[in-house]
Write a protein that binds this ligand. Structure first.
Ligand code: HEM
Length: 331
């Protein structure tokens, strides 16, 4: 009796594993040709929309790039970040690093509408984000890379993982490195990917501690940059203005270039987490990379492209579906 029960459990386990594996996502299954027959114009459609958004406001490039990053760090790149809260699903939009911060969901909706009009039920929201992030970078002067596609959209999201896995600006270098390691990304990938902060803005709430000196023991602000520091403090008072924004690369906030690394070398990184890569006493390897990416923009572009593909290849082993609306799982 006990042995037949064991056999039944064993058979159920095997069937369960097989069912899961038929829908499971294997990163090696991502290909450049995935939509070549089913939606041959998918890439052009995303590109045309992105051109329109970035022409209207270059910040839109930063929004889409960050969305892809926050998608990939939670369950893999599976569009989970795009899901709205419903009665039966708790999304990731209220996570500490996302709430009042992550934007661009309306832009994703617009791209998805165009894709659905051309080839209904074919292109996933996760792939849409990966392609849009690449186009975002190119449209503000950054490198081009081929985006392997074929990701599936998750049927679930995880607020807990979003709270735990997405790095925060208050974290020290070793924690940041370990968070990237946990996703299969090296310190080299991290230093290159954080180069994304060459575009876009941060809210005062995220850099107040740094500019008022609370991080003196980790990343001390360069005292010779007093004039710049005072300007940033005007935008970010000690006790108000949480949502006021400053550019992370004040030299060229709307251009994807390597000026961000120069700022770190000057001790002027806006986020403590950014400055850690150059200033941390534990960061000789990361500081070395910062120096290299400032000295050689071509090297930065090459590593950034490679690391974006690597980050984009983090798939959700649970598999999923092709969502009709990026905000909701299919019914
Ligand atoms: C150490 C890891 C990272 C930390 C701690 C971090 C943290 C942050 C913070 C705090 C902001 C400002 C958000 C706000 O104030 O509302 C931000 C903005 C941004 N991040 Fe990161 N980030 C990291 C890595 C990355 C990576 C890997 C990417 C892309 C591949 C990325 C892309 C961006 C972009 C484009 C913005 C500007 C968004 C905008 O203008 O709204 N970040 N990041």
């Amino acid at each position: 009796m006990a042995s037949s029960k064991f056999i039944l459990i064993f058979v159920c386990f095997i069937i369960g594993s097989l069912m899961r594996s038929t829908n499971a996502q294997d990163p090696s299954k991502l290909t450049l040709e995935y939509y070549s027959k089913t939606c041959p114009h998918a890439q052009e459609i995303v590109r045309t929309e992105m051109e329109c958004f970035v022409r209207a406001d270059p910040r839109n490039a930063a929004l889409l790039l960050r969305l892809h990053f926050h998608d990939c760090f939670v369950q893999g790149c599976d569009g989970s970040v795009l899901l709205d809260d419903t009665e039966i699903l708790i999304g990731e939009k209220q996570a500490e690093q996302n709430v009042n911060s992550l934007k661009g969901f309306d832009l994703v909706d617009k791209i998805k509408e165009k894709l659905e009009a051309e080839c209904p039920g074919v292109v996933t929201c996760a792939d849409l984000l990966a392609i849009a992030a690449r186009d975002a970078v190119v449209l503000v002067g950054g490198p081009y890379w081929h985006v392997p596609v074929g990701r599936l959209d998750a049927k679930e999201a995880s607020l807990d993982l979003a709270n735990n896995d997405i790095p925060t600006p208050q974290q020290g270098l070793l924690t940041l490195i370990s968070k990237f390691w946990a996703k299969g990304l090296s310190a080299t990938d991290m230093v290159a990917l954080v180069g994304s902060h060459t575009i876009g803005f941060a809210r005062c709430a995220n850099y107040r501690d740094r500019i008022y000196g609370d991080f003196e023991h980790t990343s001390k602000y360069n005292p010779s940059s007093e004039a710049y520091l005072n300007k940033v403090k005007e935008t970010c008072p000690l006790d108000s203005g949480d949502d006021n924004i400053s550019a992370m690369d004040y030299a060229s906030p709307a251009a994807f270039d390597n000026a961000f690394y120069d700022q770190l070398i000057r001790g002027e990184g806006l986020l403590n987490s950014d400055q850690e890569m150059w200033s941390s006493v534990l960061g000789s390897q990361t500081a070395d990379l910062v120096n290299k990416y400032w000295a050689d923009p071509g090297l930065f572009f090459k590593q950034f492209s490679d690391s974006m593909v690597k980050m984009g290849n983090i798939t959700n082993p649970e598999g999923g579906e092709v969502r009709k609306n990026c905000r909701f799982v299919n019914t």
